[in-house]
Design a binder for this molecule. Structure first.
Ligand code: ATP
Length: 350
């Protein structure tokens, strides 16, 4: 089975080819680290980089308008080079249906529909946040993990129950990456700010900032205001970055531990671009180690927005017969993970 995936929810115009000789292994409980002898993933991405400020929806959509056709063409050429039989070069076209920026999603949806119709293959509508989770579950071989999605526009904990990934806890305001990016914009750094916070924190001394966790929900707005106030008061920015990392990631680690404890699960997977941060991974790994739980963080190219995870989940959906009619394939900027019927896991799982 060979699937084309298309991603473009915000900044990454990305297309991928996911190919497996073992579609049965896409079913639940048989995930595994990608085996080069069986699986093949090709990802072509073209990121949008704002000249100044944060992600501007109109500029991001303009970027998608030119970059998506190019990355899709490259991915299709790659698929064609691996195709040695009759029929279409891919068996289905998977695309990010949401959540994300509406103007960007509409370009992705249009591209996916036109390729699927041209090749006369099924369309697969993928929830971007569920894809962040499933790439980790698939690669780790975990059965039913709690997932911490720590991305730019989102931050939440997901756990599977009765056919859906339920939101166990989430940010009460901004996504975690967006919060870091807002601080770095305040101190004049270019987007994205997260990697710069990580680099600066190495030379910083911890500064105390507000810590806001309520059950399994959490809030970043007060911390960011306090961090900006510290910068305005002349506190060295590396010190604030060290305080931000320790505070924000301790909050995420605390809620992840609570979710593991309350669900009785001993598997945690990490998803999202902020998951590229080594300090976050270290804190989560240590917490899991202390409670005897297993932890998996996908490699960076599968953590940040990428079409590989879209194509990989699209393959699981196609194996389960979960295709999308073109006339019902509108995108949804507010598509929540708990709206998705998880058709690709065994019906007997709870
Ligand atoms: P979503 O998946 O919710 O749509 P998104 O589209 O913003 O989010 P991601 O690629 O998941 O995209 O995450 C991007 C975010 O990750 C940015 O906010 C960026 O600053 C942050 N980020 C990237 N690398 C690091 C890092 N090393 N440390 C902290 N944050 C990082």
């Amino acid at each position: 089975m060979r699937i084309l995936g298309i991603e473009g929810t915000a900044w990454a115009a990305s297309a991928a080819v996911f190919e497996t000789d073992d579609p049965d292994a896409l079913r639940s409980g048989t995930g595994r680290t990608p085996d080069p002898a069986v699986d093949h993933v090709f990802i072509e991405s073209d990121p949008y980089q704002p000249d100044s400020g944060g992600i501007h929806p109109r500029e991001a959509a303009e970027h998608m308008g030119t970059a998506i056709p190019e990355v899709v063409e490259t991915a299709l050429e790659h698929a064609a080079a691996r195709h040695d039989g009759d029929g279409p070069v891919v068996d289905g076209v998977a695309f990010s249906r949401g959540p994300g920026l509406g103007p960007c999603l509409r370009i992705v949806g249009t591209a996916a529909r036109s390729v699927a119709q041209t090749l006369d293959v099924p369309l697969l509508g993928v929830n971007h946040m569920v894809a962040h989770l499933e790439i980790g579950r698939y690669q780790s071989g975990f059965d039913s993990p709690v997932c911490l999605n720590a991305s730019g526009a989102n931050a939440h904990l997901l756990g599977y129950h009765n056919g859906r990934y339920r939101v166990l806890g989430e940010t009460m305001d901004t996504g975690v990456g967006n919060a870091l990016d807002k601080f770095t914009r305040h101190v004049g750094w270019t987007h994205p700010g997260g990697p710069k916070v990580e680099a600066a924190a190495e030379d910083g001394d911890y500064v105390e900032l507000p810590y806001v966790v309520k059950g399994m929900d959490f809030s970043f707005s007060g911390i960011m205001s306090a961090a900006k106030d510290e910068a305005d008061a002349g506190t060295p920015v590396p010190d604030i970055c060290a305080g931000l990392q320790e505070t924000v990631f301790a909050m995420l680690t605390e809620v992840a531990e609570r979710a593991l404890s309350l669900t009785g699960t001993d598997e945690l997977v990490l998803g999202g671009g902020v998951g590229q941060n080594a300090r976050l991974r270290e804190m989560l790994a240590e917490m899991c180690d202390q409670r005897g739980a297993k932890f998996h963080a996908p490699e960076p190219r599968f953590l940040r927005d990428n079409a590989g995870m879209i194509a990989a989940l699209g393959a699981r959906m196609l194996a389960a017969g979960d295709t999308l009619a073109v006339e019902e394939s509108t995108v949804d900027p507010n598509f929540r993970p708990d709206q998705v019927d998880v058709t690709w896991r065994g019906a007997d799982e709870s």
